[in-house]
Ligand binder design. Sequence first.
Ligand code: G3I
Length: 452
Amino acid sequence: MKINKLILLFVTTLFLGSCSNDEQGSTIESEVETPVTVKASFSYTISATDPYVAIFQNTTESSFQYQSLWDYGLGEGKVNVGSGLVEVRYNEVGNYTVKFYAVYNGVTTEESKTIKVDENGICPNGLCGSTSSTSLKDAATTFAVGNITRSSWVIGSGKYIELLKNEFNSLTSEYEMKMNVMYPAQGSYNFSAADAIVSFAQANDMYVHGHALIWHNATPSWVENFSGTDAEFEAMVKAYITTTVTRYKGKVRSWDVVNEALEDGSGNPLRKSVFKQKMGDDYIKKCFQFARDADPDVLLFYNDYNMASSATKRAAMFTLVDELGDLIDGVGAQMHISYNGPSASQIKNLADGVISRNLKLHFAELDIRANPNNDLTVLSNDRAKAQSAKYKEVVQIYNSIPLENKFALTVWGVRDNESWLIDFWGNADWPLLFDSNYNKKLSYYGFLGGLQ
Ligand code: G3I
């Protein structure tokens, strides 16, 4: 009975508007006006392309002109952002109290909600652990997803190794499986770094893509200044390739036998490397033969850049590839590209040429410059979205090629701040999938979206 009374009192109070009771309990109707208040209300959804981004919406229902203020729980206090949807990224794991205020006629109302963020992003309905975070390698069911590494990075533990094992299933040595590191002095090999990378990969069920046996930019000086005859030079190269490929037989799935043999200039002739000069124009075929003789099962690739953006260089590459006959298994297109090019059709032309030759295609060194014209000092949300869309486009194109032509899609770096591009171009850029704190960027979700 008592409860009913309570409810009745509550309903009565509401019905009669403002009333008060004197000590005797009788009700006295008062003339006092109850100030109109605007009841603050908001909702949010989680971004479809970035689970760390909340999209906030003011859902306050009122015909009165009120002021709205947000506090996103990021320590920035109240901000006035006007109307419309607002996207906010929560980079760190944790709980954030978000408040929305409606101010009218001197009266402020607020609504407060807690946003919980775990390693998968914003927890739907505050239920953490309920999101199924697919990793890149798990989402790519028909080809390997690779990244580069260094021997110093695969020792011990930490966020890099955890992320590398979780997201990728193929490794390319960024520089330690090149001739200048593995063969620093004549007759004296140094495979310690390569061994560390290969051992780590084997222990973690990851492929290794050997990069690169012959590259004019990673040729030790003793080779550049070789003092013997051309025949002795060729014998040295044969011994180096045979020794290296034999050492990693059954451990390294594939090798870039030759990297960047073509000039960028008109006609894209062969570079005048010491290998061309001392072994002749057919040095590439000879090197492929040395590798094939050392390991009949290893996949052999030719690797180069601007394969999508330059039709002439692509044509020169296919001429080179056609001359190798069945010695070659695949083409590595480095894919150091930008958010605004090359176009999808240019990339598809590259893929079509490889497919028509029944070769494997490796997008071998993918990174996507967000700041090719150096017009940004920070990665804007718009540019991040454009970069994410480009990653999605590239991955979709790769994911659409026939199964028999699939091999791997390798990203050339984990964290933006470690990208070779920054030193190479000398300006700020954010070309990769993770930021400097190992947080997934929009580009990560673009890559993942290309796999759906
Ligand atoms: O890590 C060592 C450091 O311990 C040492 O103090 C320092 C001084 O010599 O060298 C550091 O290693 C450098 C390494 O990058 C890591 O920064 C090597 O000297 C340097 O040669 C190496 O450069 C690599 C370059 O190829 C040459 O091998 C870049 O990391 C790598 O991103 C770049 O990758 C190439 C691909 O192989 C082919 N396609 C183009 C691409 C970009 O140039």
